[in-house]
Design a protein around this ligand. Structure first.
Ligand SMILES: Nc1ncnc2c1ncn2[C@@H]1O[C@H](COP(=O)(O)OP(=O)(O)OP(=O)(O)O)[C@@H](O)[C@H]1O
Ligand SMILES: [Mg+2]
Length: 404
């Protein structure tokens, strides 16, 4: 499981709350449910056999109903909670074994957290709150002030530095919490339902801003939510927890297309409204389409200039003939001059503009290239990427929530 790109690896994590948790661990791990453990021992089995891997620079969402163990899990990642059993490895280091001073360094430099209820110091100004983590690790002077200002600007709170938290709205207070975490400039950001206290409009705005921010500052993010639209919008992958266990991990479109059980189905039940949306309604215009008579060098140049990693190809009449990724083109060019038509993939996922989104979800999920939308004469009308589909799902879901 520990590929080179894994940032965080959890192996066989268990958490039991109670006076002497280890005493019931054997019994709990013999296969009893959370409910059975509670009835027989009075102990709470909050996390059961959780194994997962978070990749570098992804947004990994943990979703589940209240009490399913999300906070317990995320707090094991910075050891605000010690797991009863199991390993948490971050950048290859087992953090469960860390001594106090190592842990302190690790929390100051490697990992920061944004809490649901903001967790601000009420009597300190915005800038003091943002500077808090930096001050704790002994940073002072001009350099610290610059980092603080930069973080405050990033979250759009310039001009509010001297204000106290109670003078700010909920959304602004949450920005302060986010700025504090950003100022620490750690590789990993843990976010436990950071936007739950915000009203829906502000919440959506914060999500958009957060995604934009994330494009500029690369970080590995673990994000807890119980809100499906939020999970679909933000997550590169989603883990779904139920009664302390992970019941499914997958890309958002996989979770929607193939829910692992009834619990997951219940979460995604409104998404079948996708039936009413068509591929033609959400398709996008491809940034680049290549003529298959081009030579491979021209193709590479076109794709590079337009910053795309994959392109469809057409014949001289404009009919779809294939697809090629930038990597495939570069590999081919290394072997020598070639005409695109001779090196493209001819087997490509296609759909018609009137297919339902529900019908194409699996096609999109299973393909490493966008799905081509073509008419009955094989003319390329548009393309649907995973991102396109996710945005549509998120919009449909958000709409169904406001209308219900
Ligand atoms: N300190 C504690 N002592 C005893 N039981 C606890 C403690 N903290 C959490 N629990 C229990 O552990 C289980 C998991 O709780 P956790 O807070 O991790 O859930 P959650 O998914 O974050 O829920 P929410 O969405 O409400 O925040 C719950 O049954 C909860 O009652
Ligand atoms: Mg919680």
């Amino acid at each position: 499981m520990s590929e080179a790109s894994s940032k965080i690896v959890c192996q066989d994590l268990w958490k039991i709350y109670g006076r002497n948790p280890k005493s019931v661990l054997d019994m709990a791990s013999s296969g009893l449910s959370k409910q059975e453990v509670l009835e027989q021992t009075g102990y709470v089995l909050a996390m059961k056999n959780v194994s997962l891997e978070v990749r570098e620079n992804e947004i990994f969402v943990v979703m589940g109903l209240s009490g399913s163990g999300k906070s317990t899990l995320i707090r094991c990642l910075n050891r605000l909670i010690d797991p009863t059993r199991g390993r948490v490895t971050i950048d290859g280091v087992d953090i469960v074994k860390m001594k106090t001073h190592q842990l302190r360094e690790f929390r100051r430099h490697k990992i920061s957290m944004v809490f649901q209820n903001f967790g601000l110091l009420p009597h300190r100004s915005v800038e003091d709150n943002v500077a808090f983590g930096l001050a704790v690790r002994g940073e002072k002077g001009k350099q610290r002030d610059e980092k603080v200002m930069l973080a405050i600007e990033m979250v759009g709170l310039k001009g509010w530095e001297k204000s106290r938290p109670h003078e700010l709205s909920g959304g602004m207070q949450q920005r302060v919490g986010l700025a504090r975490a950003l100022a620490a400039d750690t590789d990993i950001l843990l976010m436990d339902e950071p936007f739950s206290a915000l009203d829906p409009l502000i919440r959506r705005q914060m999500q958009d801003e957060f995604l934009k921010l994330r494009d500029t500052v690369k970080k590995t993010v673990v994000f807890v939510t119980h809100d499906l639209p939020e999970a679909l919008k933000l997550g590169d992958r989603i883990a779904i927890m139920k009664d302390g266990e992970i019941v499914q991990i997958g890309a958002p479109e996989e979770v929607v297309a193939e829910p692992a059980d009834d619990y997951v189905s219940e979460f995604v039940k409104d998404v079948p409204r996708l039936k009413v949306f068509s591929a033609g309604a959400i398709m996008e215009k491809p940034a680049v389409v290549l003529w298959d008579n081009f030579d491979v060098e021209t193709a590479i140049k076109e794709m590079s200039v337009n910053q795309v990693t994959v392109s469809f190809t057409t014949n001289s009449r404009g009919q779809l003939t294939g697809v090629i990724t930038l990597k495939e083109a570069i590999d081919a060019a290394k072997r020598g001059p070639a005409r695109l038509g001779d090196i493209i993939r001819q087997k490509i996922p296609t759909t018609s503009p009137d297919s339902s989104l529900e019908g194409i979800t699996q096609l999109v999920a299973n393909s490493d290239v966008p799905v081509a939308v073509i008419d009955e004469n094989d003319y390329l009308l548009g393309v649907i990427t995973r991102r396109t589909l996710l945005r549509a799902m998120e919009a449909v879901q958000a709409e169904s929530e406001t209308s219900s």
